[in-house]
Design a protein around this ligand. Structure first.
Ligand code: UDP
Length: 411
């Protein structure tokens, strides 16, 4: 019932020229005594969102350094995912807790998956709240259990976190993006480790300016005119309507400006489609606003091209767990302006490696400043890229996991 995910193969050595020898050496020496360690990652989905994005790189790199890592996706049906979507929203502060029946559904699917889980794992890493009850149900199936939280738990619905906390407290280890996200009352050893991006994935790999232009051209962008770009799901917390307002303010001074709003859609996410339609309506047919999604054939390479070619990158989030899209965008060495929320300030030092903003007006002011002064944009972009290189690339995350394994249980 638990589905193994095929992740392909990756070589840590390929990252040497990007992150440097010292980190690669450190990873190898941490990995040596852990050879053969059996590590299982459990998550709710293999598609979409930050968790799967990370595991598609982290798992093969763990294998490359000698860990017997596997990734399995839990079994769930619509009723389970309806409950866990509410759970996710409530944990990020939405007012409605799950009903008694929805909590029972969540528990029921955790019980089914717990029964099916195989035994004899050295480490089991449970990602996010969907499968979080499993440890309390079958603790004997793994020697060390870690709960890895990818969401912002700083202001949760009190009832919801109250219900979930007893299940989280059983984990001997837990990992959060930021100290602010650690709920009161966590037991065990708590680590604060931000996530990371894969600089060699098609979404982030080096693309020549000519290739980026070629791709942008195909999507109807005028490559000789300035471009503003945000890549994000169509979701109120990502504020695509605010991005359009920002673009309109900046367009008063730069009438040539174009905007690309890029977001992937799921067929089974009606909320996403509603918000996509609201975004299209807000654009009012402006031919310089390009609203694109995966149904227009926009995949990783296209996202890479838009980001690499953009004059100004935006991530105007109002709320954000970490915001992998921020590091992904900054890695293209283009200037980024982003909401001063959640994990974004970890990734951008205001005025140095990008700009942090609180309002649409501020966002537009910074955008016009960059458009007026391309040298400023270049500097911000270059320093941003170095900040991402030093802090948010996958070999660093691999090292941090190996340190946890090293403290917690050899083979
Ligand atoms: N993503 C994508 N295409 C899109 C929008 C998002 O591939 O159109 C990816 C994005 O590149 C990132 C992940 O989905 O790797 C989203 O992670 P993030 O932390 O930015 O936000 P979340 O969607 O998890 O809130």
């Amino acid at each position: 019932m638990l589905q193994p995910v095929a992740v392909g193969h990756k070589n840590l050595a390929d990252y040497t020229h990007i992150v440097g020898w010292p980190l690669i050496d450190e990873v190898r020496s941490l990995a040596e005594p852990l050879a053969g360690l059996r590590v299982l990652h459990l998550s709710a989905t293999a598609f979409g969102g930050g968790v799967s994005e990370i595991l598609y790189t982290l798992v093969p790199l763990m294998r490359d350094v000698g860990i017997e890592a596997e990734w399995q996706v839990i079994y769930g049906r619509e009723e389970f995912f309806n409950s866990t979507k509410l759970l996710h929203n409530a944990l990020q502060g939405a007012p409605d807790d799950l009903t008694v029946d929805q909590w029972a559904t969540w528990k029921h699917y955790n019980e089914m998956n717990a029964r099916e889980l195989s035994e004899d794992w050295d480490v089991i890493i449970v990602h996010d709240p969907q499968p979080a009850a499993i440890h309390s149900l079958v603790p004997e199936k793994g020697r060390l259990w870690v709960w890895r939280c990818h969401i912002d738990l700083s202001t949760p619905n009190e009832e919801t976190i109250g219900h979930l906390l007893p299940y989280l407290q059983t984990y001997p280890r837990s990992v959060f993006h930021m100290p602010e996200y650690v709920p009161n009352g966590m037991d065990g050893r708590v680590y604060v480790i931000p996530p990371a991006i894969d600089p060699l994935a098609p979404k982030n790999m080096a693309l020549s300016p000519e290739d980026a232009i070629y791709v942008c051209n195909q999507f109807g962008l005028d490559v000789d005119r300035p471009l503003m770009c945000q890549v994000s799901r169509f979701d109120p917390w990502k504020d695509p309507l605010g991005v359009i307002d920002t673009y309109r303010l900046a367009k008063d001074e730069f009438p040539d400006l174009q905007l690309a709003l890029v977001g992937s859609m799921a067929t089974d996410d009606p909320e996403g489609w509603d918000y996509f339609n609201a975004t299209v309506a807000h654009a009012e047919g402006d031919p310089d606003i390009h609203i694109l999604n995966n149904f227009n054939n926009v995949g990783s390479v296209e996202v890479n091209a838009f980001q690499s070619h953009a004059d100004v990158l935006i991530q105007k989030s109002i709320r954000e767990g970490f915001g992998l899209t921020v590091s992904e965008a900054i890695w293209k060495a283009r200037p980024m302006i982003a909401g001063n929320v959640g994990g974004i300030p970890l990734q951008i030092h205001d005025g140095e490696s990008g700009f942090l903003v609180d309002t649409t007006e501020e966002c537009a002011e910074r955008a016009t400043r960059i458009l007026r002064d391309p040298a400023l944009g270049k500097d911000l972009g270059r320093r941003g890229k170095e900040h991402v290189r030093a802090n948010f690339l996958m070999p660093r995350l691999l090292r941090d996991w190996l340190r946890i394994f090293g403290e917690g249980g050899g083979p």
